[in-house]
Design a binder for this molecule. Structure first.
Ligand code: GLN
Length: 450
């Protein structure tokens, strides 16, 4: 713990928001005592852990990367923090993240951007950017992140770490600063499947403070045999190769397609902005100036531009004029996506696919405008929903193309680094997805291929 604290205090990646040296040292001594008394054992005993700063810690500032919460000191621990403590882990630091977990590049935090320890000058991915960078940069062995539409899996892919988003409902969200409550999930980032599995074991289970958590234990560990391979769209060759290499570890393979892939990402962003607007209303009320100021005037010393954009989008989406064509249509797309995934999983145990449609971008890379309209079959399959929504969505929202669908359907998904697959030396991750609550089957599959 002492060594981890020293490394965290020397953070050069913008990964850390605050370190609790005194609290961690005291806790380490307590853990030591408990171990000597034979009251505590297990794989997490004495392990230093860092957690994303949108997870509440008692008497320890929790900012969610926002000026709106710059002085927020919770009076309670999140359920996951209690569970880590019960397993003997020692929470040492809070990690930087995109503001209110909105983002995919580690650039929207009020505390500055996070650097990628494995690829200088490039994005570490977001929004759990500090958690992934802390693991990739050797500051901590394991970290907690949150994943609403890809925020654990994407930074894991771009930093060459393992990132696990459990099934929606496998881990309590009590004490997580809410973004899109119907897809928010807390999960681990680590250097190996074993490490994230050990943290998941400590986190999973029912909690009286979050009624969406399933009371049934996650299904048993069955070795998956058939993999469905999803490779849609224009992907870098190294990503395609990495997906195929991973898929080849399974005895049987079949090609899969998800016609609603792009629509799923757009529907995710509609749901996320809408739920964010509703969830963040409490901060808006607190942070608004007392005058009858407009949104835009109310935001500068409270929300950054990306967060303000999403809140405005959410307000419009839920408004009477657009709700039917956009918000409720997004819910239809969400059901459609879940149906297509059920079809895929009727013939396969695991889905293997990319994590992101590109390798970690440079901070100054601007993607071309989202090309989602256009004629032909694809456009008619996507329908009017995508045409109506896509022009309003910034191009980097496409970073979530391959992660959003599992979030909408609540499925467990994991990012695994594929060693040496990029000729440019950039990390490449591959994603495995399983049926809901088959988290342990997913981890078994991940062990099989790593
Ligand atoms: N990039 C997605 C978004 O900006 C996902 C974020 C997340 O999972 N928290 O909403």
């Amino acid at each position: 713990v002492g060594q981890a604290l020293a490394r965290l205090e020397g953070d050069r990646f913008g990964a850390v928001v605050s370190v609790d040296r005194d609290g961690a040292m005291e806790r380490a001594r307590e853990v030591d005592l408990e171990v000597r008394r034979g009251r505590l054992r297990g794989p997490l005993v004495g392990v230093p852990v860092v957690i994303k700063d949108n997870i509440c810690t008692r008497w320890w500032r929790t900012t969610a990367g926002s000026r709106a919460l710059a002085d927020f000191v919770p009076s309670y621990d999140a359920a996951v923090v209690e569970r880590l403590a019960a397993a003997g882990a020692v929470v040492c630091a809070k990690t930087n993240c995109d503001e209110f977990a909105m983002g995919s590049r580690g650039t929207t935090s009020a505390f500055g951007p996070t650097q990628n320890p494995r690829a200088a000058g490039r994005s570490p991915g977001g929004s759990s950017s500090g958690s992934a960078a802390a693991v990739a940069g050797g500051l901590a062995p394991v970290a907690l992140g949150s994943d609403t539409g890809g925020s654990i899996r994407l930074p894991a892919a771009w930093t060459g770490t393992v990132g696990f988003k459990p099934s929606y409902g496998a881990v309590s969200r009590r004490g997580l600063v809410a973004y899109c409550s119907s897809t928010d999930v807390i999960g681990p980032i680590g250097a190996s499947v074993e490490d994230v599995a050990a943290v998941f074991d400590a986190l999973a289970g029912p909690d009286a403070g979050d009624e969406t958590v399933a009371t049934a234990r996650a299904a048993g560990e069955e070795l998956p045999r058939t993999a469905a391979v999803l490779l849609d769209g224009d992907l870098p060759g190294v990503v395609v190769d990495a997906v195929r290499t991973v898929a080849s570890c399974f005895p049987k393979r079949r090609d899969a397609s998800l016609p609603s892939l792009a629509a799923a990402c757009a529907a995710y962003h509609v749901c996320a902005a809408s739920e964010a607007f509703s969830n963040l209303a409490r901060h808006v009320v607190r942070a608004m100036p007392r005058s009858r100021a407009s949104w835009a005037e109310g935001t500068p010393d409270c929300f950054g531009p990306e967060c303000a954009r999403r809140l405005e989008l959410g307000a419009r989406l839920l408004g009477e004029r657009h709700a039917d064509a956009l918000y409720f249509r997004a819910l239809d797309v969400r059901r459609e996506v879940a149906r297509s995934l059920r079809d895929i999983f009727a013939h396969a145990d695991i889905l293997v696919c990319p994590v992101a449609p590109h390798l970690p971008p440079r901070f100054d890379d601007h993607l071309p405008p989202a090309d989602r309209g256009g004629g032909g079959d694809a456009a008619s399959r996507r329908g009017d929903f995508l045409d109506a929504v896509a022009p309003d969505l910034p191009a980097d929202y496409r970073d979530d193309d391959f992660t959003a669908f599992a979030s909408l359907a609540g499925l467990p998904a994991i990012t695994l680094p594929v060693a040496g697959s990029s000729s440019a030396g950039l990390p490449v991750g591959v994603q495995l997805v399983a049926r809901r609550f088959e988290d342990r089957t997913l981890l078994a599959a991940a062990r099989l291929v790593s």
